[in-house]
Design a protein around this ligand. Structure first.
Ligand code: MG
Length: 297
């Protein structure tokens, strides 16, 4: 199931995509048929309901024919305002770690432990939204396609074996990065947290459609030129490890988003670098999830 947040008639709403009909069915329609409480937004839905609802929700979706054509909605990030910063991993594909050795981190080119940082998404932008470069402040703007996990329930000290239980689903992230700011501050936070620098979406695909371990082709194109192509099975620290390690002594919350790192082929890895410019179209694709498109302004 694809969970989507959207705007129609100026109102934010959320629902599930009914692919054969090319429409979205509002969650309100599905939950009211089941006599269940309707949370205000997708984040609250994830907080309140557990995995056991999903099969019933699927049945409800099959029985319903009322919906809104996808052409008539504006998709936003599935969770436009995450309750906390988005958790991120740096240098989590070996070949990417090698291409960005000039970025400040520890002394090891290939990290021995996960490199965690966070980025502000206030809001996260959605499919077809614009990434706006503050041109008087930064020029070296880069793309990073990433598999993003959405946590499904609160948990702490989660074992690798239990990790999948704590996932709600998966979406696509583009970890837009100002390389000049990153280098100047010897820390990644600010250069990755500028307004509009966290595109997410277009929707969250429930984990039941993805399989585990997660082995998905991941591609980024700029103006239709392939820049990044890899598979999520090449993560240095895999999903069970990330969830287990990050949750040691730190409670993960339902709705938290974890961006798992980007493969090789970012703009700064090319010689000369291929940074983004106004008018560029960035397409981030992940198998079984879809394509997140953003235009640079
Ligand atoms: Mg990244």
């Amino acid at each position: 199931m694809k969970f989507v947040t959207y705007i129609v008639d100026g109102q934010e709403n959320y629902g599930v995509i009914k692919e054969d009909k090319g429409m979205v069915v509002p969650m309100k329609v599905l939950l009211e048929k089941m006599n269940l409480e309707v949370p205000n937004n997708l984040l609250k839905f994830i907080e309140i309901y557990s995995d056991s609802l999903i099969p019933r929700l699927k049945e409800s979706l099959e029985a319903v024919d009322e919906g809104i054509a996808l052409d008539n909605i504006k998709i936003t990030a599935p969770i436009p305002y995450p309750r906390r910063n988005v958790f991120c991993l740096g240098k989590n594909y070996a070949e990417h770690a090698m291409e960005v050795q000039s970025l400040p981190t520890g002394s090891d080119a290939i990290p021995k432990h996960p490199i965690y940082f966070t980025k502000i998404a206030d809001p996260a932008i959605g499919h077809r939204d614009k990434v706006v470069i503050p041109k008087d402040y930064t020029v070296d703007i880069d793309y990073e396609v990433e598999l993003a996990l959405v946590i499904g329930k609160d948990g702490k000290d989660i074992s690798p074996e239990e990790a999948e239980e704590y996932i709600f689903g998966y979406t696509i992230g583009n970890d837009i990065s100002a390389r000049d700011i990153q280098k100047k501050h010897i820390q990644w936070f600010k250069g990755k947290s500028l307004d509009t620098f966290t595109p997410l979406g277009p929707w969250i695909v429930h984990k039941s459609e993805i399989g585990f371990p997660v082995e998905l082709e991941i591609v980024c194109k700029v103006n239709r030129e392939i820049r990044q192509r890899s598979n999520t099975n090449k993560l240095l620290f895999d999903i069970p490890y990330i969830i287990s390690d990050l949750s040691k002594g730190l409670t993960l919350r339902a709705g938290d988003i974890i961006m798992t790192g980007t493969p090789e082929g970012v703009g700064m890895g090319y010689n000369p670098p291929k940074f983004l410019n106004a008018g560029d179209v960035v397409e981030c694709y992940i198998e079984k999830i879809g394509t997140l498109i953003n235009v640079i302004e």
